[in-house]
Design a protein. Structure first.
Length: 116
């Protein structure tokens, strides 16, 4: 794991990311972004910068969980969690995240079948 700066609409977060998370965060524009990564564990976040306060804080942002939506967003894909990273001082939104789950994990895709 390595520390990366992840951009959000209201600032940024400095956090440890796995190689896979860093690939997700890279949208090919020279910066890494929070939204594609999903929810980060609090112990993996070290600092946050709030555009509203114009200050970098030496602690992770707060995580505010919105109600569990359980919303079908596409075939076999459910939004199970929506949340926000917010400033420890002023509670402005640094960035948002979403967690998705496949509705049917045991779908036929990738399952081998015999022709008997």
């Amino acid at each position: 794991m390595a520390q990366f700066k992840l951009q959000g609409s209201g600032g940024y977060i400095i956090a440890d990311l796995t190689e896979d998370q860093a690939k997700k965060a890279d949208l090919g524009v020279g910066k890494l972004f929070l939204a594609p990564v999903g929810k980060l564990e609090e112990q993996k976040m070290f600092k946050h910068y709030c555009k509203n306060c114009a200050v970098e804080f030496d602690k992770p942002p707060k995580i505010q969980l919105e109600e569990n939506p359980n919303e079908l967003v596409a075939d076999n894909l459910i939004l199970i969690e929506r949340g926000q990273y917010t400033c420890q001082q002023c509670s402005s939104i640094i960035g948002e995240y979403r967690v998705f789950k496949k509705q049917d994990e045991s779908s036929d895709v990738g399952n081998a079948r015999s022709n008997q």
